[in-house]
Design a protein around this ligand. Structure first.
Ligand code: CMC
Length: 392
């Protein structure tokens, strides 16, 4: 029906209309619901931004309190769920465990699955925001063989996440306020980014009326790839490889430019930004603040800044409009906070959760939504006769 054109990677095809996030890739502008990312990162907090993305407006203080309180009350996970999480190999990649865990949540909360009932969708929303945080802290602890810690309602979302991740049982834990603030900012910066690979996946899966958990679990898997969220872990691997080898920064960059072995400068380039990623600018500033506050002097930060300096002045990168993206400096902050590289992409997922939910809900409520079903141009064999096995 009609003319079908191929658009690999959908570089020129809009899959939906959306009121949620605005990006001007040439100017390096990012806004959630009309509010600039700079103002939200400096003035707001993660759960308020989650509310804004999902419900479209900033909440008043009573509404925000009720929302935060409801998320808090759902932060425990079922004991059987904990047992389930404990069955994965300890050194298995946490993104696989996270996707499996989120998928499994649907079996624990069957009362939250109807995609057409607003109250049920709100329940699933709250459960996901609450339990993903608990699961993420446990992903870190299991790797070290440490027990899951129970949530503490009296603490904030980020503050208690850090405690659940890093505290020893029965011991006082006080997170550094600079670290709490930086992580809150990072979660805000990751909270939505319109129709990227994982979000498009969430919408695609949800368009079949699959439940929110199934849709978001698919998004986590899409995020895990090194060209998408997995880039934050790949950046650190790249920096460590440069640090640990005799390959200096200049010869590494030569390799990238010659496209030797498909090597890319990880954390650089973006489909939409053809200018400095506004998130990367905030992250870079934050990396300095956190390292300074923790008294950490990471040589990898110097290597990263050296790579950026070269790239921003090099024709290869200038011609292709390749700038640092959000993933370039985040890993250095997470590392300074005490997270292993394998935890970097789960932290991205924790931050992206409100965006996935908001986009899924918008899709469900959009009268124009149809099941996602792209067309193709067939290039295979024309009709031919089956040849029995003994005649081949
Ligand atoms: N290093 C070296 N060359 C690059 C890079 C890079 N990081 N990114 C793009 N290029 C080159 C690419 O080789 C191509 O060159 P040519 O015109 O000679 O063929 C040109 O720039 C255009 O690249 P593309 O692959 O057509 O661009 P795309 O829009 O399809 O890909 C991207 C976007 C983000 C996948 C890509 O820039 C990339 O692989 N970057 C490294 C991985 C990364 O940092 N990903 C995180 C993205 S931001 C947050 C997120 O989504 O998680």
């Amino acid at each position: 029906t009609g003319m079908v054109t191929v658009d690999p990677g959908f570089t020129n095809t809009a899959s939906c209309s959306s009121d949620i996030t605005y990006i001007d890739g040439d100017a390096g502008i990012l806004r959630y619901r009309g509010y600039s990312i700079d103002q939200l990162a400096s003035g707001s907090n993660f759960l308020e931004v989650a509310y804004l993305l999902i419900h479209g407006e900033l909440p008043d203080s009573a509404t925000l309190d009720a929302f935060v309180d409801r998320v808090n009350r759902h932060t425990f996970v079922h004991e059987d769920f904990r047992t389930f999480m404990g069955t994965f190999p300890r050194d298995g990649h946490p993104m696989a465990v996270l996707a499996s865990g989120i998928n499994a949540l649907s079996t624990f909360y069957p009362e939250s699955l109807d995609p057409h009932d607003p109250e049920t969708v709100e329940l699933a929303t709250v459960l996901l925001l609450a339990k993903t945080r608990t699961i993420t802290s446990y992903l870190h602890r299991r790797r070290a063989g440490e027990p899951l810690l129970y949530p503490d309602y009296s603490r904030g979302y980020v503050d208690d996440f850090l405690r659940m991740t890093f505290a020893r049982p029965y011991m006082e834990y006080q997170a550094d306020p600079v670290v709490v603030d930086a992580l809150d900012k990072l979660l805000i910066l990751h909270a939505d980014h319109e129709q990227n690979c994982s979000t498009s996946t969430v919408r695609m899966v949800g368009s079949s009326n699959a439940n929110l958990y199934a849709s978001v679990a698919a998004g986590v898997n899409a995020l895990s790839g090194p060209l998408h969220g997995g880039a934050n872990e790949s950046v650190l691997t790249m920096l460590q490889q440069i640090q640990g080898s005799d390959v200096d920064v200049d010869s590494f960059m030569t390799k990238v430019k010659n496209k030797e072995d498909g090597v890319r400068l990880m954390g650089f380039g973006h489909r939409v930004y053809k200018n400095y990623d506004p998130r990367a600018a905030i992250v870079k500033e934050s990396a300095h603040a956190v390292l300074e506050s923790l008294g950490k002097n990471d040589q990898l930060l110097d290597i990263a800044m050296g790579l950026e300096e070269i790239a921003l002045n090099d024709d290869y990168f200038i011609e292709r409009k390749l700038y640092p993206n959000v993933d370039f400096y985040t890993g250095l902050i997470y590392k300074a906070m005490g997270f292993a590289p394998a935890m970097f992409t789960p932290l991205f997922a924790l931050g992206r959760m409100p965006g996935w939910i908001a986009q899924w809900r918008e899709m469900q409520n959009d009268p124009e939504t149809k099941i996602g079903r792209p067309r193709q141009i067939y290039t295979g064999a024309t009709e031919r006769d089956y040849v029995p096995l003994d005649q081949r």
